[in-house]
Design a binder for this molecule. Structure first.
Ligand code: GDP
Ligand code: IMO
Ligand code: MG
Length: 429
């Protein structure tokens, strides 16, 4: 029973956390394999409402193993806070495991994140400011510090001294900022290690053994494919390598690509984006506000208002094909309950030409005018529907039309944030 990937198909916040929380009951292990605490995954279940930034959404099943894989960059203070909050609310983290190969977010990373954004001025990416981009930059540039290095005080001191010497030059000479203090960082990260050490291990061995034993692994993606470093709207993207695509799941979890047998794309029934960058179906003014308020669309990590717009089937078809999604989870259908008329983007007009593939140039995406198809709304509460046939006819037509346009069936349709507010069309696992 190989691994299944749950991947965001849009610009993040599609509801991956809630989908993983639902599907995890059929898996033995849930792995977060990419990004860092720029992610914010909301889960609403019998235990309450939770916003997770690093811990996988499988943590609510005490008998399952939850893993933070080597592909994640970890801010240890944030992880400790998350673990403490979960424990305080009665959620056991006893079966949480953290990869010894995962890179650390260090104190200079958020500082550089903010300073870089300030330097970009009007072309700021609109990052979450958590230092995740600079942490991945250092990983690639080989200035990164890995979790396992904290175990050895002498080795860590030597490495920290070398990296900090360089970073302090960057902070003082390039950004005109004060230098950071070695002793303070050393002591605080040694303190973090004391708390995290029991969780840290070679998690790829756990995953590989589980697969060998025929167990099912669920790989929890972060962000969305349109934020991917390679395939997204560069340079308005995030920095993981490769972040948000199913191809990154094997690398970030430490398993073989052939171990993945199924990819589920998570898509909102409309479109949102936080931060800057092109978004062809964005609704401005009152229309956008209406969708934002109906969906209470505010970021889980930063609280920023999300930009809202109609479902973009050009972008969705692109990410379905890139990820090889056999099926999708369509979330937040209920948010559209009150609308009398819905629009779906079926193509773009770019430079006076109709295109139905997602342009590689962000400038072209920014200039794209959406070609819309209109569909009637249903103006009926769908939040109680549990079977596809329970949905009003117009809602069924809406889902079917999206499936047709993107070329993948909806295995799951969700009609509310709670675990059971879902229509399982195909059991998936
Ligand atoms: P993630 O980053 O992909 O896990 O998504 P977020 O948690 O950042 O944002 C998704 C939001 O939608 C959260 O507030 C969820 O509780 C909520 N949500 C998920 N599915 C549904 C749904 O079907 N209906 C409604 N109304 N809310 C949902
Ligand atoms: P989840 O997993 C939505 C966006 C930021 C910004 C860009 C770069 O909750 O879906 P970064 O801090 O990563 O350098 O910011 O990426 N971004 C997300 N948007 N959901 C996320 O994660 C995101 N993670 C990063 O808003 O536009
Ligand atoms: Mg989110």
């Amino acid at each position: 029973m190989p691994a299944v990937v749950v991947i965001g198909g849009q610009w993040g916040d599609e509801g991956k956390g809630r989908v993983v929380d639902l599907l995890a009951r059929k898996a033995s292990i849930v792995v977060r394999y990419s990004a860092g605490n720029n992610a914010g995954h909301t889960i609403v279940n019998r235990m309450g409402e939770f916003a997770l930034h690093l811990v996988p959404a499988g943590i609510f099943y005490p008998e399952k193993t939850s893993i933070i894989g080597n592909g994640v960059v970890i801010d240890p203070a944030v992880l400790i806070e998350e673990i403490t909050k979960l424990e305080t609310r009665g959620v056991s983290t006893e079966r949480l495991r953290v990869s010894d190969r995962a890179h650390l977010v260090m104190p200079w990373h958020p500082i550089i994140d903010h300073a870089d954004e300030a330097m970009r001025g009007a072309q700021a990416v609109g990052t979450t400011g958590k230092g995740v981009g600079p942490a991945f930059t250092d990983k690639v540039a080989r200035w990164g510090i890995r979790m396992s290095e904290l175990a050895d005080p002498e080795g860590f001191a030597e490495r920290l001294r070398m990296v900090l010497d360089y970073k302090n030059q960057v902070l003082t000479k390039l950004y005109d900022l004060p230098p950071l203090d070695f002793d303070e960082i050393f002591e605080s990260y040694r303190g973090h290690w004391a708390r995290l050490a029991p969780y840290v291990t070679d998690t790829s061995v756990i995953c590989q053994q589980a697969l060998h034993d025929g167990q099912r692994i669920l790989l929890e993606g972060a962000q969305g494919s349109l934020l991917d470093l390679d395939s997204g709207t560069y340079d308005y993207v995030t920095s993981s390598v490769p972040t948000s695509m199913a191809a990154g799941a094997a690398i970030g979890a430490g398993i073989a690509p052939a171990d993945i047998d199924r990819v589920i794309g998570v898509y909102k029934a409309y479109q949102t984006r936080v931060g800057n960058g092109p978004m062809p179906t964005e609704l401005q003014g009152a229309e956008g506000d209406r969708l934002r308020e109906a969906g209470r669309e505010y970021g889980t990590t930063t609280g920023r208002p999300r930009r809202c717009g109609w479902f973009d089937s050009v972008a969705a078809r692109y990410t379905i094909r890139l990820n090889g999604c056999q099926s999708i989870s369509l979330t937040r259908l209920d948010v559209l309950d009150e609308f009398d008329l819905l629009k779906v983007c079926v193509a773009y007009m770019v430079d006076g030409r109709r295109v139905d593939t997602f342009p590689s140039s962000s400038a072209a995406v920014a200039s794209a005018q959406p070609v819309y198809e209109e569909l009637p709304g249903w103006q009926t509460d769908t939040s109680h529907c549990r079977n596809f046939d329970d949905l009003p006819a117009n809602a069924q037509t809406y889902v079917r039309r999206i499936e047709e346009l993107i070329g993948a069936p909806a295995a799951l349709v969700s009609v509310g944030p709670e675990r059971d507010q879902a229509i399982i069309v195909d059991p998936i696992l």
